[in-house]
Design a protein around this ligand. Structure first.
Ligand code: GNR
Ligand code: NI
Length: 178
């Protein structure tokens, strides 16, 4: 197991389109384990492989309080979407920024599990938001893309300045006003 480095916006590698997983093998399962360790220590409730510079279509989510409910989605696809909801989102690749994003309320997602078996799940609420946020990462999108250009530019400048100063994403730092 290993904690991996998380890419920080505006790193261009976050814009890559991740490739489908061809075979769910032990390499993929090791990646999932390393991603879980990385997500838990961050801490975050979701992580896409592209965020740790592995451009493959693998995402993980754990909404439990005690890190006991890891959910793995390989090659995830949203096959139905319904309604809208708006919640404050954050992203491990955009440290200390939180902003509301409008997304589908309920989705039907199809994916492979860590054994390579296909499953479908209808989800709503935070889990639905999280899956949409993570699938966006696989398509090279980051939640700040939904904000105004002015806000996005402020965020980009601040994070670039921090990167130059060698500031690493503070663990659970204070939210910053956009
Ligand atoms: O930890 C995370 N929290 C979160 C909160 C609201 C909506 C989405 C998320 S996902 C985020 C972790 C992350 O960056 N995943 O890509
Ligand atoms: Ni994210």
């Amino acid at each position: 197991m290993a904690v991996l480095d998380i890419l920080v916006y505006p790193d261009p590698r976050l814009r890559e389109i991740a490739e489908p997983v061809v075979r769910v093998d032990d390499n993929i399962r090791t990646l999932v384990d390393d991603m879980a360790e990385t997500m838990y220590q961050a801490p975050g409730i979701g992580l896409a492989a592209i965020q740790v510079n592995i451009p493959k279509r693998v995402i993980i989510i754990d909404l439990s309080k005690d890190q006991s409910e890891l959910q793995v989605f390989i090659n995830p696809q949203i096959v139905e979407r319904d309604g809208t909801q708006e919640i404050e989102e954050g992203c491990l690749s955009v440290p200390d920024v939180f902003a509301p994003v409008r997304r589908a309320e309920s989705i039907l997602v199809r994916a492979l599990n860590r054994d390579g078996d296909r499953f479908e799940m209808r989800v709503e609420g935070l889990l639905s938001v999280c899956i949409q946020h993570e699938i966006d990462h696989l398509d090279g999108k980051v939640f700040v893309d939904y904000l105004s250009r002015l806000k996005r530019e402020r965020i980009r400048k601040r994070l670039q300045k921090q990167a130059k100063r060698g500031v690493h994403p503070a663990p659970a730092g204070d939210a910053v006003t956009l």
